[in-house]
Design a protein around this ligand. Structure first.
Ligand code: SAM
Ligand code: SF4
Length: 325
């Protein structure tokens, strides 16, 4: 087999890059109200360092990149990183996951720099509730961001919704109607238990979501461009799709194709395992391209067969927002 594959013969061609652990929101399922202990600035990889890792990873077989965070758009000059990544010939897809609050400002320049697509996290269609879930965010900024991304041609735009009982599960049908009325691509995500107490009381499994959505008609299997684990469906007459992401109730580790680079330069083979390979120190000590390749391969080789969420194992070493979701 050409390209990268791990010890379980899974092809690895997708790199998720967290460019910052900073965020302008405090979503209840992701961060504590007081925020997290932030990485010192000098520990965060420069764009040049990220670019060097991406070039080497692309030589090994990485073809797709997603920029995430924290909130990636709070980092100054993100478009310049996109431009650098877009020049790597072997990388044919560059996407961004964002909370959308700053997207109206940057959508055009991101598109011009070479960004293809965006996923926007939006857990409610109600401004007051949005303020509660994000602890202070402005719903209308996200709406402006969605519209700006559409106008800039960052398609398909996918809306990520983490479903929480007693909080936004009453809006499942409203989000689903958006796929009919506005052609949105909505993805319902099972909550992962990073905030254990909250997740235990508010978890909604995907099969329950699907039962409730049946009120709007039969879900026909569908597809939409992407590299992730979502399974897509379409309601009768809908232009948009409904995706389901089931990290908890039906893990998708057997087809996992990704590596993650943390903002401080650790290559993490699995979101839900504490294993990581440090690239920052070797990079700053002048490592050769060949040695860097070996470290990337070491991370790939150490990719676990599957996560252990079902056994209650959640990584404790880093907040989720540092690994990049
Ligand atoms: N700030 C950006 C955003 O919110 O889109 C990017 C980083 S965020 C960590 C990436 C994704 O992880 C978001 O779609 C968010 O909803 C999701 N996420 C965060 N915590 C989660 C949890 N406990 N369970 C499931 N998804 C979660
Ligand atoms: Fe910030 Fe994204 Fe986490 Fe919300 S989900 S707190 S926007 S990093």
């Amino acid at each position: 087999m050409t390209g990268l594959s791990d010890s379980f013969q899974r092809p690895i061609d997708y790199l998720r890059i967290s460019v910052t652990d900073r965020c302008n929101l405090r979503c209840i399922y992701c961060m504590p109200a007081e925020g997290i202990n932030l990485l010192p600035h000098e520990d965060v990889l420069s764009y040049e360092e990220i670019h060097r890792i991406a070039v080497t990873a692309a030589e090994l077989g990485i073809k797709k990149v997603r920029i995430t965070g924290g909130e990636p758009l709070v980092r100054i000059g993100l478009s310049s990183l996109i431009r650098m990544l877009a020049q790597i010939e072997a990388i044919d897809d560059i996407a961004l996951t964002t909370n959308g609050t700053l997207l109206a400002q940057y959508a055009d320049e991101l598109k011009a720099a070479g960004l293809r697509r965006v996923n926007i996290s939006l857990d409610t269609l109600k401004p007051d509730k949005f303020k509660l879930i994000t602890r202070g965010g402005d719903f209308y900024h996200v709406l402006e961001g969605i519209n700006a991304a559409g106008a800039a041609g960052l398609n398909p735009i996918k809306i990520n919704v983490v479903v929480m009982a007693g909080s936004n599960d009453d809006e499942l049908l409203d989000f689903a109607r958006k796929t009919i009325e506005e052609g949105w691509h909505v993805r319902f995500i099972e909550q992962m238990p990073f905030n254990r107490e909250f997740a235990d009381s508010s978890f909604v499994p995907v099969n329950e979501m699907q039962e409730r959505l049946a009120a709007l008609g039969e879900l026909e299997p569908s597809t939409v461009k992407g590299n992730g684990p979502a399974k897509y469906y379409r309601l009768p007459r809908a232009k948009g799709t409904i995706g389901f992401i089931t990290p908890v109730s039906q893990h998708f580790c057997f087809r996992c194709n990704r590596l993650r680079l943390t903002a401080d330069g650790k290559l993490r083979p699995c979101l839900l395992s504490e294993r990581e390979v440090d690239l920052r120190h070797p990079l700053r000590q002048g490592i050769s391209a060949e040695e860097l390749k070996k470290l990337i391969k070491r991370a790939v080789d150490s990719k676990p067969r599957q996560h252990k969420l079902a056994q209650g194992c959640v990584p404790q070493d880093r907040p989720f927002s540092q690994v990049g979701g």
